[in-house]
Design a protein around this ligand. Structure first.
Ligand SMILES: [Zn+2]
Ligand SMILES: [Zn+2]
Length: 373
């Protein structure tokens, strides 16, 4: 298979901000404008085009141009350049994107789809998702994760005419990356994606801090993955989100267990178990009582940072002393950052959190698959 198939990502822009008016400008060069599939004009690099949703189509106006499209307006930039986009209502900051842009009407608003070279997309996502100040190996880890996600989710928005959106629903993408260390990390991992032992692209699930032990996927989401299996993690134990405390009124705690799970709160042994318990490792159910009480559901219902905690009675309260932050499946971000700081490579980190995974060049994916490996 030609690598060209993987070369671009079609991203739905401003996807969580319905908009009917935007401004488009060139980014370091002119843009060629195509109206309903025909080449129509050139937007000079110093001109800005305001596009408005109208009943008749899309109306585009600048100092020098006045155009109306029935269906689509497309902007193409010279190779290596891009465009700048600003939402006019509500007004947002201008963002610079690599690649080309197509505007059309959809559901009463403007739909904007950028066609972005894959490696540029990965850089933009790493910048938006990981932020500043990380070690190079951490950025490399993020680069292969974001690239893998983009390829594994090409059909996520198929019904809407693009591949991934630019919001947290998929991966946050606010345009071109501007950080040198991220550019280097993307270049040093170029074309690499993470696959499992069946050469399937993995879901590189992550959370903030596992509290010392990650979870099996099936214990949280009832679906197992061979690479999302529980592992001991000491790297995150002294990080910002390694511990938490929450007090809950004792009557609220016991009433909840009785009403939601039918726990017998007249039995003093059971009450003792659910108000004083120290797990030796991560558990799936509360204090080994019957009926079983899901810790993942407790976490959700009591808005706890994690499902990994001990319980102590204190007057008319029960005090939960917890570890970690998040669902606990897959990559522990604070542990991964700690490993990167400590000199581990991104492949060490990957293999620590994901079992039996491999890095392959995306151009070779079908070669391995066809080979029956
Ligand atoms: Zn999405
Ligand atoms: Zn951890």
């Amino acid at each position: 298979m030609a690598s060209g198939q993987y070369a671009d990502v079609r991203v739905g822009l401003l996807w969580e901000t319905p908009t009917r008016q935007v401004m488009v400008m060139g980014d370091g060069g002119p843009l060629t404008i195509w109206v309903d599939g025909k080449k129509a004009a050139e937007l000079s690099s110093s001109d800005g085009l305001v596009l408005k949703y109208t009943d008749a189509g899309i109306h585009a106006r600048s100092l020098l141009l006045d155009l109306t499209a029935k269906k689509t307006i497309t902007f193409r930039s010279p190779v290596g350049r891009g465009f700048r986009l600003r939402n006019m209502a509500p007004k947002t900051a201008e963002r610079a994107y690599p690649g080309s842009l197509e505007l059309s009407k959809a559901g009463g608003n403007l739909k904007m789809v950028a066609t972005v070279p894959l490696e540029e997309y990965v850089g933009g996502v790493v910048q938006a998702e990981a932020g500043k100040g990380h070690w190079l190996e951490y950025y490399k880890l993020q680069s292969v994760s974001c690239r893998t996600y983009a390829l594994a989710n090409k059909r996520r928005h198929a019904g809407e005419g693009f591949e991934v959106c630019d919001a947290t629903h998929c991966q946050v993408f606010h345009g071109r990356n501007k950080q040198d260390s991220i550019r280097l990390a993307v270049a040093l991992t170029r074309d690499l994606v993470v696959v499992d032992s069946d050469i399937r692209l993995i879901h590189a699930t992550f959370h903030s801090n596992c509290g010392g032990e990650t979870m099996n996927a099936e214990d949280v989401w009832s679906k197992s993955e061979p690479y999302l299996i529980s592992t001991i993690d000491t790297f995150c134990l002294h990080e910002p989100h390694s511990v938490w405390t929450k007090s809950v009124p004792r009557t609220k705690w016991l009433n909840y267990l009785r009403k939601e799970y039918g726990v017998n709160t007249d039995d003093s042994n059971i009450v003792a178990s659910v108000t004083e318990h120290v797990p030796e490792c991560r558990e799936i159910f509360l204090a080994n009582i019957s009926p079983e009480v899901s810790l993942t559901r407790l976490r959700r219902d009591f808005h706890l940072r994690s499902a990994y905690f001990s319980i102590h009675p204190e007057g008319d309260m029960v005090v939960l002393n917890g570890r970690g932050f998040g669902h606990g499946v897959g990559l522990c971000q604070e542990g991964a950052m700690h490993m990167a700081r400590g000199g581990y490579t991104y492949t060490d980190i990957l293999h620590h959190y994901f079992a039996n995974v491999h890095l392959v060049k995306l151009q070779n994916l079908d070669f391995f698959r066809d080979d029956g490996l």
